[in-house]
Design a protein around this ligand. Structure first.
Ligand code: DQA
Length: 183
């Protein structure tokens, strides 16, 4: 079963308007942020095992901890974070398609599919929002087959090598992109 969750829409008084970054639009009457302030984070295969899987490479932080940290940071930055993990390429393609018109940016760690998946690349291209590719490890310090990414040339940017922090850096970058596109 894919793991999916959505961050709370928090009020951050210090930031004024419901924690929204300056220049972004306010919360809709339905209580949901407008689409531009929603960021989807997708984790690919085997990332559900973070914490126990090759901790010398991927660290000891679990995926649940990463998702919690992302939602917390999302609240601070004024963006709603949704997260999704699947071991299946088709489920990832389906989730990307489902996000069409719903999100302002996509953060994705396709894990092993990074190196092989034309289907995920095509889905990412089809939704036409900025995409940030994330890896926990610096793939260029690893085996040559990890050096190729099917997303590299269509991603807005790529962040790798900082363990769980790679995701948090990507979320900051994504939130900045949304602010830029809201101006
Ligand atoms: C990874 C790197 C990939 O090569 C690998 O297959 C993964 C994780 C990373 O986050 O470092 O599963 O994407």
């Amino acid at each position: 079963m894919p793991l999916e969750s959505e961050g709370r829409v928090g009020f951050n008084a210090a930031r004024g308007s419901a924690g929204m970054p300056k220049g972004s639009k306010s919360t809709t009457s339905a209580g949901r942020r407008p689409q531009l302030t929603r960021i989807l984070v997708i984790h690919g295969p085997n990332l559900n095992l973070l914490g126990e899987r090759e901790p010398e490479i991927y660290g000891r932080t679990t995926l649940a901890d990463i998702d919690d940290q992302l939602r917390e940071l999302g609240d601070d930055l004024g963006v709603t974070v949704e997260t999704f993990q699947s071991n299946s390429e088709g489920a990832i393609v389906d989730r990307i398609q489902q996000a069409r018109g719903e999100i302002g940016a996509l953060i994705i760690n396709p894990a092993a599919y990074t190196h092989t998946s034309v289907a995920i690349r095509d889905a990412v291209q089809a939704i036409a929002v900025p995409v940030i590719e994330v890896h926990l490890s610096n793939v260029y310090r690893r085996e040559p087959f990890r050096h190729h990414s099917t997303l590299a040339d269509i991603a807005h940017g790529r962040i790798m090598g900082f363990g769980a922090d790679s995701y948090l850096l990507a979320l900051r970058a994504g939130a900045n992109l949304l602010q830029l596109s809201a101006k």
